[in-house]
Design a protein around this ligand. Structure first.
Ligand SMILES: Nc1ncnc2c1ncn2[C@@H]1O[C@H](COP(=O)(O)OS(=O)(=O)O)[C@@H](OP(=O)(O)O)[C@H]1O
Length: 351
């Protein structure tokens, strides 16, 4: 030790001795931190480190909490989504990415069911509430949008659903600007039942609403349909699709049958998973038909207390509409439906 100190004194000038001394202090401190487990010899940014099982578990619970909140408030789509997303969630791993796939429509088509079924897949992470970025909040900027997204690990895809995008003129161009390779999913449903479902939802919020018959016709005696009523306009799928095809090739879109999503959810999920390039992990064994609800629900995973059927606002009883009115509306949609079948190459079987 004495010898080492002597040679240290003999061979180094005073300023060098000071810098060597400090270097050693820094090195010793680093070694001490490593021994106590606080250092990483190949530093990875915190957010990119692999989560521990406990972190994953904690995150899953937090995400479930958000989902529940989202389900409660899901129909209040006018609410600014920030309220929901600012929950203090200890998401400290993964990265927030722009969605690679979006459920763009249609309103009352079965979009919530599809998103909830997809969330069963371990490689899908989705926002619970509807962000409404490409229609209402576009001026908030892309970073605002990205920040709403859940964190994802490598191999997982980010998704969101906002059914009003399908009928928003500016939405295709805006999504194209974000990423021209975005995969777009449209859940379509017989436009007549869709219109009644839409009306039922509005009626549930405003019981004083005029009758369906009063709203659907410009003039009942002439049978002229009022296309300025949004419940009617949304169902002219071929018109809205034209707008999307100005930006995206047909291969970027997947059309899911809202009817089959109820009668055979596993089959529609197969198509959706293929389209998204996911392993077919959501299968028949995940569903059961709930007689009380009258819809397929997700089987409850062991130990989970999470409700697996959709909430009361999904699957409402529709008011009785006279067959004459429905017949006229069906007549109105027929040519548009045929055009839609031609454009998509799919026959959805609506009368
Ligand atoms: N599994 C399951 N459970 C409950 N409901 C289901 C399901 N699958 C499809 N549907 C149909 O989804 C309709 C609501 O569609 P959306 O979720 O797209 O509505 S919304 O636009 O987000 O308000 C909703 O419409 P209504 O029946 O008119 O309420 C349902 O018919």
């Amino acid at each position: 030790m004495g010898c080492w100190a002597t040679s240290f004194n003999l061979h180094l000038k005073a300023p060098s001795r000071v810098s060597v001394f400090f270097t050693m202090i820094v090195l010793l401190t680093y070694v001490f931190y490593c021994l106590t487990g606080f250092c990483d010899l190949t530093p990875i940014p915190l957010h990119e480190r692999k989560p521990t099982f406990a972190q994953l578990h904690q995150e899953r619970n937090a995400s479930d909490k958000r989902d529940l909140l989202a389900q409660v408030t899901e129909e209040e789509t006018t609410r600014l989504p920030g309220d929901l997303f600012n929950l203090s969630v200890s998401d400290s791993f993964g990265t927030k990415e722009f969605p690679q796939a979006i459920i763009i429509g249609v309103k009352k088509g079965g979009t919530r069911a599809l998103l909830e079924f997809l969330r069963v897949h371990p490689d899908v992470r989705a926002v619970g509430a509807e962000p409404h970025f490409f229609d209402r909040f576009y001026d908030k900027g892309l970073e605002w949008y990205r920040n709403l997204m859940p964190r994802t690990l490598e191999g997982q895809i980010t998704m969101e659903k906002t059914p009003s995008y399908f009928v928003t003129r500016e939405a295709p161009g805006r999504i194209f600007t974000m990423n021209r390779n975005t995969k777009l999913i449209v859940v379509v449903r017989d436009p007549v039942t869709r219109a009644v479902s839409d009306y039922t939802q509005t009626l549930s919020k405003n019981p004083g609403l005029p009758s369906f018959q009063n709203l659907v016709f410009k003039n009942y005696s002439t049978g002229l349909i009022d296309t300025s009523w949004s419940a009617v306009r949304i169902g002219i799928y071929s018109k809205h699709l034209e707008n999307w095809l100005r930006y995206f090739p047909l291969s970027s879109l997947l059309f899911v049958s809202g009817e089959r999503l109820v009668t055979d959810p596993a089959r529609e999920m197969e198509r959706v998973q293929d389209f998204l390039g996911l392993k077919r992990l959501v299968t028949n064994k995940h569903f059961y038909f709930n007689q009380t609800k009258g819809f397929p629900c997700l089987k409850k995973p062991e130990g989970s207390s999470r409700p697996r059927c959709l909430g009361k606002s999904k699957g409402r009883a529709h008011p009785h509409i006279s067959s004459d009115v429905l017949y006229k509306l069906r007549d109105f949609y027929r040519p548009f439906n045929l055009k839609f079948y031609q454009m998509t190459g799919q026959d959805f079987g609506w009368e």
